[in-house]
Design a protein around this ligand. Structure first.
Ligand code: CP
Length: 308
C-alpha cells in the first residue's frame, strides 16, 4: 500500500494508517541495519539534497546515512559557505539545485512553513527535518518507533513531555503523532514555556512535574532552547533544574519501568542529570540508532516504495 501523503511536512494531518506503515517499514529497516550488509538497492539512481539552514548533528548525519544505506546519492547543502551569504533567496537556491535534476529535498530551516513553501516552488518530494517551532516529524516517528520497540505497543500508553514546549517542534510533532496513535500525552513546563492553548494539540497540560511523571510509561525531557528565547522565560537555570530537571531524587517519583527519552542535544545538569541520562531506563541512544531506520522508511515510502 502506498502512503496517502506525497511529502512529509509534519504529523498534524498524517493518518494512523500512514504512521503505522512508516513504523512497520522502519522495523524492517532496523533488521537490515543489523545485518552484515546494511545496504539495499531501493533508491538507486535517486538524488536527495540535504538542505540545512540550521545546525544539526543527529538529523543531518542520520538522513545522510539513511540515504547511503538505500543506495541513493546524497548531496549536502549548508547555508554557511553557500551563495545565501551573497543574498540568494531560498526560492532561487532551491530552483537552481532542482535544475541539476534532483528527486527529493530534506530541509531544516529556522522558519516555520519553509517545507510547505518548497512544495509550491519545486517538483521535488519534500521532507521536513525541522522548521522553526513548527514540526520535526521524523524525530517523532523515531520516538514512536523506539517506544513501540521497547514497550510493544503505542495505544493507551501515557507519555509525559517535560520542558520547553513553547519552542519545541519535537513536542508538537510528538503531540500530533502520539495522539493520532491513541497515546495519552501530558505536556509539563513552567507557564512561561507553554504555548497559548497547548490543549489544542490534544494533550493534557500541567506545571507540576510529579503530576506529569508519576504514572507515565515514558518521560521525555526537552532542553530549554535558550537560542530561541529573546528574553528570560525562567528566573535562572538553577531554578529550572530544581523544579523540572530529572535527577536521582525526581526519578523516585517515576515508575521503575518508565522509559527516559530525550531528542538531543542534552544539556546535562539542566533538564537531565547524568544519573538519569545514562541509567538503564534511558533509551536516548536507541532513539539515535532508530533515527536511521525511521528515516530510511520515510525516504523509501515517499520515494515510491510500498510496505507490504
Ligand atoms: N534531535 C535533533 O533534531 O538533533 P539535531 O539538532 O542534532 O539534529
Amino acid at each position: 500500500m502506498a502512503l496517502e501523503i506525497k511529502h512529509l511536512l509534519g504529523l498534524k494531518d498524517v493518518s494512523k494508517s500512514d504512521i503505522t506503515q512508516i513504523l512497520d517499514a522502519a522495523d524492517k529497516f532496523y533488521e537490515v541495519l543489523n545485518r552484515e550488509n546494511k545496504t539495499v538497492p531501493t533508491l538507486r539512481g535517486k538524488t536527495v539534497v540535504n538542505l540545512f539552514y540550521e545546525n544539526s548533528t543527529r538529523t543531518r548525519i542520520s538522513f545522510e546515512m539513511a540515504e547511503k544505506r538505500l543506495s541513493a546519492n546524497p548531496l549536502n547543502f549548508s547555508a554557511s559557505g553557500s551563495s545565501v551569504s551573497k543574498g540568494e533567496t531560498l526560492r532561487d537556491t532551491v530552483q537552481n539545485i532542482e535544475a541539476m535534476k534532483i528527486d527529493m529535498i530534506v530541509v531544516r530551516h529556522g522558519s516555520a512553513g519553509v517545507p510547505k513553501f518548497l512544495t509550491e516552488c519545486t517538483g521535488a518530494t519534500i521532507i521536513n527535518a525541522g522548521d522553526g517551532y513548527h514540526e520535526h516529524p521524523t524525530q517523532a516517528l523515531l520516538d514512536m518507533m523506539t517506544i513501540r520497540q521497547k514497550l510493544g505497543r503505542l495505544e493507551g500508553l501515557k507519555v509525559a513531555i517535560v520542558g520547553d514546549i513553547l519552542h519545541s517542534r519535537v513536542a508538537r510533532s510528538n503531540a500530533w503523532g502520539m495522539t493520532t496513535m491513541g497515546m495519552d500525552v501530558t505536556c509539563c513546563a513552567p507557564t512561561t514555556l507553554l504555548p497559548q492553548h497547548t490543549e489544542s494539540l490534544g494533550v493534557k497540560v500541567t506545571t507540576k512535574l510529579d503530576e506529569a511523571i508519576s504514572d507515565a510509561d515514558v518521560v521525555m525531557l526537552l532542553r530549554p532552547q535558550l537560542e530561541r528565547q529573546t528574553h528570560g522565560l525562567f528566573p535562572s537555570v538553577r531554578e529550572y533544574r530544581t523544579y523540572y530537571g530529572l535527577d536521582r531524587d525526581k526519578m523516585k517519583l517515576m515508575r521503575n519501568d518508565a522509559l527516559i527519552m530525550h531528542p538531543g542535544p542534552i544539556n546535562r545538569g539542566v533538564e537531565l542529570e547524568a544519573e538519569a541520562a545514562d541509567c538503564p531506563q534511558s533509551v536516548i541512544l536507541d532513539q539515535v540508532t532508530n533515527g536511521v531506520a525511521a528515516r530510511m522508511a520515510v525516504l523509501y515510502l515517499l520515494g515510491g516504495g510500498e510496505h507490504e
